[in-house]
Design a protein around this ligand. Sequence first.
Ligand code: AMP
Ligand code: MN
Ligand code: MN
Length: 350
Amino acid sequence: MAEPPAPGGPTEEDWAAAVAAVRSLPAGGRVLLICHVNPDGDALGSMLGFGLGLRRLGVRQLQATFPGPPEVPEPFRALPGLDLLVPAAQAIADPDLVLCFDAASESRLGDLVDRLDRAPAIVLDHHASNTRFGGIHLVDPAAAATSVVAERLLTRLGVPLDQEIAECLYVALATDTGSFRFDMTTPAVHEMAARLLATGIRPGEISRRIFDTRPFGAIRLYGEVLSRTTLDPAAAGGHGMVWTYATQDDLARHGQRPYVLEPLIDSVRCAAEADVSCVVKQTGTREWAVSMRSKGAVDVSRVAVALGGGGHRLAAGFTGRGTAHEVAAAIRDELDTALIDPEVPGQAGV
Ligand code: AMP
Ligand code: MN
Ligand code: MN
């Protein structure tokens, strides 16, 4: 039985169009799967899990890719389906079908965006801010992760879960719910987790790999970066902001790759004195990738959008320019004009 559509989520027509697009692939049809730049667990997990499902359906000409440097963060290097990955520069130029995962807008797809004009494109996502840039939209803002949408489409295509698919979808679900801690962790999320675990995957082993393992050098680097964390209790109308930054020189000194900085926000956002937390990570000369979280009083996606980025209400990001302190000052200025809702409780969710 089909479930009733979530408000603002895909309609029966959207699902039917997506199923028809997959089913009408010609024999030998080429399929390209794309996820967002700097892929996280949801982007990679939903893309690779769905790709493995297409493989089970008999699709042979199948590639998965993402824009930017073709480096998979270490925690995700044991994911099933990694053999589907190709560097963006080698991605099929004229696919017969494109599926796009966890990207709210075309800007998250870099140079790969041209593929969307060349073939039917199905967009699977859960960002409320999704700009609906494809042909067929399976966008469910109520979904805790894009992998929730991916599992629903696999079910409609008649693909049973196996351990490999389940591990990919589980990594996606666990990362975007903060290990089932955030408010998006509904009964339906736990029911999906139960279906995935029923295949026999090992949650302890998976969690240790993706959340609880990092190089010794990263631990020393965290110590340094956390020691320069700054608290500004007056920011955001008195709700407070806590922030820190990490430079490329910091990474080099500790011999670390940029992706090791991704979990840092989870330490910074613990500060009880601040609703808003930010980590400002250098990506180039006067260029920074900014992660923002809110505990509920501030809609950080609005702040991020105002500064050229996007995201969810409680977890958002953008590309900052200037010095780290200039980026933090720009955030503080936006927070001064942001809509603040002291009534809304919550925890971040990506
Ligand atoms: P992160 O802090 O990198 O985990 O990102 C949190 C959320 O913010 C992601 O799920 C994205 O939706 C969004 N986001 C992060 N960086 C950007 C960006 N540069 N542009 C648009 N959205 C972003
Ligand atoms: Mn993501
Ligand atoms: Mn996501």
